[in-house]
Design a protein around this ligand. Structure first.
Ligand code: NAD
Ligand code: G3P
Length: 344
């Protein structure tokens, strides 16, 4: 069997951080991976008067989305999606979930049939009473086996080599080990578990909890309240998974980075929490705050709250998830934020 050719699809804050790890690891494991080039798809835009692809390929830094972090020189930015995945056998999906659908429209029927994929995207696909994790969506649309990676992973901390852990929910153990080689470093520990759905759902649902934690910060309710929100949020996450995805493993919530640890890190310092706090204190819409505070990076939590609301409403189960429901109503329907804890 030939060496795996990696392609990274997405080049935001997390996409760029993961490109750094992958670019270095293909050299370290060049018995497994082709180390000559790691193509990364860049949604082309101008930044400080230059094309972002040109900046990345010349300065070896994504100055817009991950400034001050050098990328290995084998990470090559490409503006054309199909050119990025040409010949690739190991596809890494890492873009804000809002853009996955359009990307799959372009890729359908165009990727190597022997390829494997992994998604690092945090979100869920909802269509009325149907819900799907993105690993299944990618697998079904592209006809390739797709695993999922998620964990307590603030991108800037991982990119600057501060000790972190993550979880891969694998499709097959062999694939899990291959992905582990691509991402693990001395300071980025990758655990493996046979639970694609559990890992994916933890990553998606914790973003709703992180928005609630930001509301608590904005209200200045203090640490007891925030801890309570994390606890209630984790229980709603677990309850949701066990109600709608029968095979998820309890370890994914309680023992893996993807579960409890990601709830903690996101609620302490993630973008969703920071922007939700500003929503309470700043009297501005989430759209305005995203633009002002995140320099092109994208919020996921309020959109996942809406997706989950649509799904739970269609299933007539809103009452069983009061925290998720409150986050939706505060974010999208003008419910006063002080109502967050009422009835929890
Ligand atoms: N940033 C983190 O700390 C972090 C950590 C773990 C997981 N994640 C997850 O990884 C995923 C990707 O997050 P990120 O931080 O890399 O992205 P990001 O929030 O930095 O988003 C910006 C990216 O979106 C792209 N983009 C903007 N408009 C677009 C369009 N119309 N079509 C396609 N792409 C467009 C930009 O080019 C840029 O690459 C998300 O699901 C996120 O929840 C993020
Ligand atoms: O900054 P957030 O809120 O998008 O969270 C980032 C990561 O998902 C934390 O693990």
């Amino acid at each position: 069997m030939g060496k795996e050719k990696v392609a990274i699809i997405g080049s935001g804050n997390w996409g760029s951080a993961i490109a750094k790890l992958a670019g270095n690891n293909v050299k370290k494991h060049n018995d497994v991976f082709d180390d000559s080039k790691v193509p990364i798809w860049v949604f082309e835009e101008e930044y400080e008067g230059r094309k972002l692809t040109e900046i990345i390929n010349t300065d070896h830094e994504n100055k817009k989305y991950l400034p001050d972090v050098k990328l290995p020189e084998n990470v090559v930015a490409i503006p054309d999606l199909l050119e990025t995945v040409k010949d690739a056998t190991a596809l890494v999906f890492v873009m804000p979930h809002q853009f996955l659908g359009k990307c799959l429209d372009q890729l359908e029927g165009k990727v190597n049939k022997d390829a494997k994929a992994i998604t690092l995207i945090k979100g869920v696909g909802v269509d009325g009473a149907d819900i799907h994790v993105f690993a299944d969506v990618i697998q079904d649309r592209l006809g390739v086996s797709c695993s999922a990676l998620s964990g307590a992973n603030i991108a800037n901390e991982v990119a600057t080599d501060r000790f972190s852990e993550t979880t891969i929910g694998y499709r097959t153990e062999e694939e899990g080990k291959m992905w582990q080689k691509l991402f693990q470093t001395a300071n980025f520990k990758v655990q493996l578990i046979d639970d694609v759905a559990g890992v994916s759902l933890c990553g998606a649902l914790k973003n709703i909890v992180a928005v609630a934690a930001g509301f608590i910060d904005g209200l200045e309710y203090g640490n007891n309240s925030k801890a309570a929100i994390m606890r209630i949020g984790l229980l709603e996450m677990k309850h949701f998974c066990q109600e709608f995805f029968k095979d998820v493993k309890e370890e994914s919530f309680l023992q893996e980075s993807a579960g409890v640890a990601d709830v903690i890190t996101s609620c302490l310092g993630g973008r969703n929490t920071r922007v939700a706090k500003a929503f309470v204190t700043g009297n501005k819409s989430f759209d305005e705050l995203e633009k002002e505070m995140l320099n092109g990076q994208k919020l996921q939590g309020i959109h996942t709250a809406k997706d989950v609301h649509v799904f739970l409403k269609a299933r007539d189960r809103l009452g069983a998830y009061p925290l998720f429901d409150k986050v939706y109503h505060i974010s999208w329907e003008g419910l006063p934020v002080a109502k967050l804890t009422e009835g929890l």
